[in-house]
Design a protein around this ligand. Structure first.
Ligand SMILES: NC(=O)c1ncn([C@@H]2O[C@H](COP(=O)(O)O)[C@@H](O)[C@H]2O)c1NC=O
Length: 510
């Protein structure tokens, strides 16, 4: 028995071949204007949709398939006598297959200087309606929206493997497609970061070998139009597949490195830095980041904000690193590092920094939290010196570097730094004094310790951190202030004659 297939596609690749295959399987083809022309050009026998609607396409194609003769034919339940009787009374034929892909809204809004009129014109109305109708009635209607499914459909059809499981799969794909399409439109039209209905959409970019641990499963999803400065736009030049944990650490490394204007290097483990260095050359910055913690960097992710040259590469070659990310690698540096099979080399060419419109999200049971990112750090000119002792220029520079570094360390975070390197990082302890002890313990035997200052991401709830630092030769401390016991910390600092500076801004990082 002849069946009816409606073909209406913007992406016309493969449509003529698919139509020919359908005709060989006793489908009669009905199609809209442009699709009809494409089929005719390729010698495919088709009927214009007007022959069904008895209505000419109008409003520049805004209305072509939106007609009861189309929607009745798609939506009627074949096992419902009332539905079938109504079709008969209205001379409507059943439609057995709908093949639609939508106006290219995404490609349109990616065009430079696209006008809103052009974007609105590329919002498909009839296409999603037909897709949704066919997917709703998937027991009776095949629905295909992805050109890569044409071949698969024919195979299923020929093998008579078109039962509910397959039809259900096609229908689910439709609602993913239309929901993602609408989510993109909604994002384009709204600039509210906290809308009443948050409709996020992502596209599967990679299936990870496993998740955070080998018994977990994971996949990586990208935004449909990813932020310029992001892992989504990174290129992997060399190395094996990237893991879930690599992605997390590489993202953390990118975020941190993006904040430095001068040549800078950051080494990351478990989303927290284990070394940050800056200097007037990348090699010197690298040495500072590396010397910060020569043990923890093992198996780490290292990000650079300048081209990695041969000098840096020679050092990197000597240690085991999971990933090196940079805007570029010089040819000789790349050649040397690519000798190592286990290292991944990635570039993010457009080092524009984090998009100010970026939003951070975390998954909770039953919801997500969304917030604006923490993109600020405080200029030293805004520090309030609250002790009798006043900082030297060198201490001011070190406190500026320290309070910048500490904001990117997992809370409770305390760091010991000079003006361009971390000497000790105390991360993620549930109490601040333990973080301070770790940071000082790691720093105390380093040659530059006598120039070091301590920085904390949040205020000291009591004077113990100041006392511990002062009795371990720290001469200046920077912290947000704001505790009801600030005066105890100030008194302790004055007692030991050291500097205490308040920034006024907390930088927790969970
Ligand atoms: N308005 C309608 O009735 C309508 N029906 C189908 N379309 C879309 O028109 C496109 C195909 O048009 P054509 O065959 O004329 O190139 C498809 O992307 C399809 O989703 C429509 N266009 C937009 O809404």
């Amino acid at each position: 028995m002849t069946k009816l297939a409606v073909l209406s596609v913007s992406d016309k690749r493969g449509i003529s071949d698919f139509a020919k295959q359908l005709i060989q399987r006793d489908f009669k083809i009905v199609s809209t204007g442009g699709t009809f022309e494409e089929l005719k050009k390729n010698g495919v026998d088709a009927t214009p949709v007007e022959d069904i609607t008895h209505f000419k396409e109008m409003l520049d194609g805004r209305v072509k398939t939106l007609h009861p003769n189309v929607f009745g034919g798609i939506l009627a339940k074949r096992d419902n006598p009332k539905h079938m009787k109504q079709l008969k009374e209205n001379h409507i034929s059943t439609i057995d297959l709908v093949c639609v892909n939508l106006y290219p809204f995404k490609a349109t809004i990616q065009k430079p200087n696209v006008s809103e009129d052009d974007a609105l014109e590329n919002i498909d109305i009839g296409g999603p309606s037909m897709l949704r109708a066919a997917a709703k009635n998937y027991h009776d209607v095949f629905v295909i929206t992805d050109p890569s499914d044409y071949k698969d459909f024919i195979e299923h059809y020929d093998q008579k493997d078109t039962g509910d499981t397959y039809r259900h799969h096609l229908a689910a794909k439709v609602f993913q497609t239309t929901a993602a399409y609408d989510a993109l439109i909604s994002k384009y039209l709204s600039n509210d970061p906290f809308p009443d209905k948050l409709t996020l959409t992502y596209e599967k970019a990679d299936v990870m070998r496993y998740g955070e641990n080998s018994h977990q499963k994971a996949a990586y999803y990208k935004e449909p139009i990813p932020e310029t400065f992001s892992l989504a736009n990174a290129k992997k030049l060399h190395g094996k597949k990237i893991s879930y944990n690599n992605m997390c650490d590489a993202d953390a490394a990118l975020r941190i490195i993006s904040e430095y204007k001068e040549p800078a290097v950051v080494a990351v483990k478990h989303r927290s830095p284990c070394g940050i260095g800056t200097d007037d050359t990348l090699y010197k910055a690298w040495r500072r980041a590396y010397e910060s913690d020569t043990m923890s960097i093992f198996g780490g992710i290292v990000a650079f904000n300048r081209t990695v040259d041969l000098d840096v590469a020679k050092d990197l070659h000597k240690i085991f690193l999971e990933i090196v990310i940079a805007p570029k690698f010089s040819d000789d540096a790349y050649k040397l590092l690519a000798e190592k099979k286990n290292i991944r080399l990635m570039t993010v060419e457009d080092f524009t920094g984090i998009d100010p419109h970026h939003m951070d999200e975390v998954s909770l049971l039953g919801g997500i939290l969304r917030q604006t990112p923490d993109l600020t750090y405080e200029a030293p000119s805004t520090f309030k010196i609250v002790t009798k002792a006043q900082p030297t220029d060198e201490q001011m520079k070190a406190m500026a570097f320290g309070q910048h570094a500490v904001k990117n360390v997992k809370s409770n975070a305390v760091v010991v730094t000079t003006g361009n390197e971390t000497l000790g990082i105390g991360a993620g302890q549930p109490n601040r004094i333990d973080s301070a002890k770790i940071a000082i313990h790691k720093a105390i035997n380093k040659p530059d310790y006598n120039h070091a200052v301590m920085a904390s991401d949040a205020f000291f709830p009591m004077d113990d951190c100041v006392k511990y630092a002062a009795t371990h030769d720290i001469k200046a401390i920077v912290e947000p202030g704001g505790s009801i016991r600030d005066k105890d910390s100030i008194k302790m600092a004055d007692h030991y004659g050291i500097v205490l500076a308040f920034t006024g801004v907390r930088h927790f990082k969970h």
